[in-house]
Write a protein that binds this ligand. Structure first.
Ligand code: NDP
Length: 271
């Protein structure tokens, strides 16, 4: 696969942030995008916008925690465009609370969306992707490279995604399937507003300066290049690369750095 042109790409979590940006960027590059999320109205608007600009898009309302809905998302892609080349498991939620305080239900919800949502979509997409020797992309996080304090359930869900996807890659070694794990750092989006607090309610605000982060469009372009080059791991910015390399040689130092950075957030649960 030299470019994304004409590739049929399913994107979960396409109603906002990184997923929405991937839909726009890849459609503009000539891909046929199939958008999934719970907010059907937003998907409808985005599909209309892409089509108005000459792109090809379809959508399907999906809650990724529900296997039958994930099956319908994949079948929508095959029905509309006849094949499937790329599945991007991007739908995700975050949290902010230390483990001492957090309701266990919060961790279950994180695993349901981030981990099980990925598993559910992969289950139904796999036969089609084996046929096209296509790609599965898991949108993990720097928190999937090293534990992020205040985000036990988030880091755990991203590590679980990695374990699942790496195993899927090896099982399909002889079938030509490409599996990529992408690890963005802080990216301006809705994720911190919707993050769950200790009692499971949404945070409703961001503790960080969103204007100093990568944009969702930058992340979308880097992930797109990673798909074309069939990379295994897609790191984005200095934070991600530093985390990946320092972890190998000085993990204790990285622990202290992560603690320091997260404890400096306003109202940090680490204080
Ligand atoms: P947003 O909150 O902007 O987008 C999250 C998307 O996930 C929305 O489209 C939302 O749609 C969808 N979603 C949430 N729950 C479900 C569900 N049960 N079923 C289907 N879709 C769901 O966040 P981002 O764009 O930032 O997040 C995208 C991915 O990037 C996530 O996996 C996140 O962990 C990861 N990431 C983000 C970083 C950041 O700093 N922004 C950093 C590193 C990784 P809807 O509510 O309509 O269902």
């Amino acid at each position: 696969m030299k470019t994304l042109k004409d590739r049929v790409i399913v994107i979960t979590g396409a109603s906002s942030g990184i997923g929405e940006a991937m839909a726009k960027v890849y459609a503009a590059q000539g891909a046929k995008v199939v958008l999934g999320a719970r907010s059907v109205q937003k998907l409808q608007l985005l599909t209309g916008e892409i089509r108005a600009q000459g792109g090809q898009a379809a959508y399907c309302g999906v809650d990724v925690t529900k296997p039958a809905e994930c099956r319908e998302l994949i079948e929508t892609a095959v029905r509309e465009f006849g094949r499937l080349d790329v599945l991007i498991c991007n739908a995700g939620i975050s949290m902010r609370a230390i483990f001492d305080d957090v309701d266990l239900d919060v961790l279950h919800r994180l695993m349901d969306v981030n981990f099980w949502g990925t598993v559910n979509c992969c289950k139904y997409a796999l036969p089609y992707l084996q046929r096209t020797k296509g790609s599965i992309v898991g949108i993990s996080s720097v928190a999937g490279l090293h534990g992020l304090p205040g985000r036990t359930g988030y880091s755990a869900s991203k590590y679980a995604m990695t374990g699942f996807l790496e195993t899927l890659r090896i099982e399909n070694l002889k079938k030509g399937l490409h599996v990529m794990i992408a690890c963005p750092g802080f990216t301006a989006s809705n994720v911190r507003f919707s993050a769950l607090t200790a009692d499971g309610s949404q945070q409703g605000e961001t503790p960080r300066d969103e204007s100093k982060m990568m944009t969702a469009e930058q992340v979308a372009r880097i992930v797109g290049r990673g798909i074309v080059r069939r990379k295994r791991l897609c790191l984005m910015e200095a934070e991600g690369r530093a985390t990946h390399f320092v972890k190998k040689f000085a993990p204790g130092f990285l622990d202290r750095m992560f603690y320091l950075v997260m404890s400096r957030e306003p109202d940090s649960p680490l204080k």
